[in-house]
Ligand binder design. Structure first.
Ligand code: HEM
Length: 426
């Protein structure tokens, strides 16, 4: 309490919020608002013990994502010997999977991204739309007559894994192995790294063998799977090596899996918590208008996106972000979830508005590492949400909102389970 004599003293700012706690995982947005306001470039110790700068304002975040002085290569981490194995994807080092897009800088990044872009084209994704619809319907068939389901385990989790396996050309009989390995990653993503590392290794061995087999059996025509496309892709006579192709297939799986699970999970959750927005969308879909679906999925990404923090960056020299000096070798994490709620950039940032137009969110990143899989993610997100709402029109949350548990991983934000109820399909 202040007495009458110190009315001119500005109130002391509230203490910095605790980050990475259970409460924070459930709702990080108040803490992010505090950081944007009081400490927009904030040095903190992460749960792993590694110290990093968190960048939370939109303008700083966008600038940092495109700043080539920030490297993606962990060799630039000042604690690289000490922090070994604590940054990046568990097991990627021991499985010889380091040379993927999210760990490299130009010119290697430019070369590999150009090669993969020749195989992973928007056209290939568009041609895949009927298959995604089929998968979506098949998964809903699995629970539609039951009246209740856990939408994470029965829907959001398997859909992206089967979709990307199909696209890569993993034979159907092997896809459940991927489901198991991916399950291990998602369950333990924020916890023990050993199990995840083992799954990464198994996936790597499998992919290397598959690539080897497919290289021996390349067909002449263009109607082939993505792995064959990766093997065949060439640019000025250059091809991916088998090792690069394995790292590329791995990162497509890894980057495209938990992200899409959370897009569907967080997106459905947000719709169920905002009935007026969900009804708007349902009405538009019933009238055959898909415009709101397209803007709506972008808004769901902004409002409660799957990627809370963009992946690691390391300062290759001393530099300044938002007025804060960052030393060479320091890790920088751009907090996409905080930037996308910045009132300096978005009107009413804490309001979900499916028809939001001025919505240049950072949910897919920005700059040269902008999400390569965004067209596939949009396709899956739109198919998943539209089909759920069409087939199960009275879908509702089957738990108290405060009982829902969020996974407290560092990079990703998503629900552990999403219990729902609905009138069974007859
Ligand atoms: C990169 C988000 C789905 C493949 C990124 C980045 C973000 C992101 C934020 C940039 C990371 C950084 O700059 O540190 C998302 C979200 C998704 C999604 C929110 C789903 C809603 C996918 C899918 C795939 C994919 C389905 C592939 C099948 C990639 C790849 C990169 C990437 C390969 C690295 C690109 C590069 O470094 O050049 N994604 N992603 N993503 N994403 Fe996605």
């Amino acid at each position: 309490m202040h007495d009458a004599n110190d009315t001119n003293t500005p109130p002391a700012p509230a203490p910095a919020p605790s980050l990475f706690t259970w409460e924070f995982a459930s709702d990080p947005y108040p803490a992010y608002a505090w950081l944007r306001e009081h400490a927009p470039v904030h040095r903190t110790a992460l749960p792993s013990g590694v110290e990093a700068w968190l960048v939370t304002r939109y303008a700083d975040a966008r600038q940092a994502l495109a700043d080539q002085r920030l490297s993606k290569n962990p060799v630039h981490h000042s604690e690289s010997a000490h922090g070994k194995g604590k940054v990046g994807i568990p097991g990627e080092r021991s499985a010889n999977l380091m040379t993927h897009l999210l760990n490299i800088d130009p010119p290697d990044h430019t070369r590999l991204r150009r090669l993969v872009s020749k195989a992973f084209t928007p056209r290939r994704v568009a041609e895949f739309a009927p298959r995604v619809q089929e998968l979506t319907d098949r998964l809903i068939d699995g629970f539609a007559d039951r009246g209740e389901a856990d939408l994470i385990h029965e829907f959001a989790f398997p859909l992206p894994i089967y979709a990307i396996c199909d696209m890569l050309g993993v034979p159907p009989e092997d896809q459940d192995d991927f489901r198991d390995w991916a399950g291990m990653m998602i369950r333990h993503g924020g916890g023990p790294r050993g199990g995840v590392a083992r799954s990464v290794k198994k996936m790597r061995t499998y992919l290397a063998e598959l690539i080897h087999r497919k290289r021996g059996a390349l067909r002449d025509r263009g109607d082939e799977d993505l792995i064959s496309g990766l093997i065949r892709a060439s640019d000025h006579g250059e091809h991916l090596t088998e090792n690069e192709a394995a790292a590329m297939a791995f990162i497509l799986l890894f980057a495209g899996f938990e992200t899409t699970v959370n897009l569907i999970g967080n997106g459905t959750h947000a719709l169920l918590r905002h009935p007026e927005q969900r009804e708007r969308l349902q009405r538009a879909l019933a009238e055959g208008d898909e415009t709101l679906l397209a803007t709506g999925v972008e808004e769901l990404l902004r409002y409660d996106g799957p990627v809370e923090l963009a992946t690691w960056r390391f300062a290759t020299r001393d530099l300044t972000i938002g007025g804060q000096r960052i030393a060479e070798g320091d890790p920088v994490l751009v907090v996409l979830a905080a930037a996308d709620r910045d009132p300096e950039r978005f009107a009413d940032p804490d309001t979900l508005d499916l028809s939001r137009r001025d919505n240049q969110h950072l949910g897919y990143g920005h700059g040269i590492h902008y999400c390569l899989g965004a067209p596939l993610a949009r396709l899956e997100g739109q198919a998943a949400l539209a089909t759920l709402l069409r087939r199960l029109p009275d879908l509702r949350l089957n738990a108290e909102p405060e009982d829902l548990r969020w996974r407290g991983g560092l990079i990703m934000r998503g629900l552990r389970t999403l219990p729902v109820a609905f009138t069974p399909e007859s």
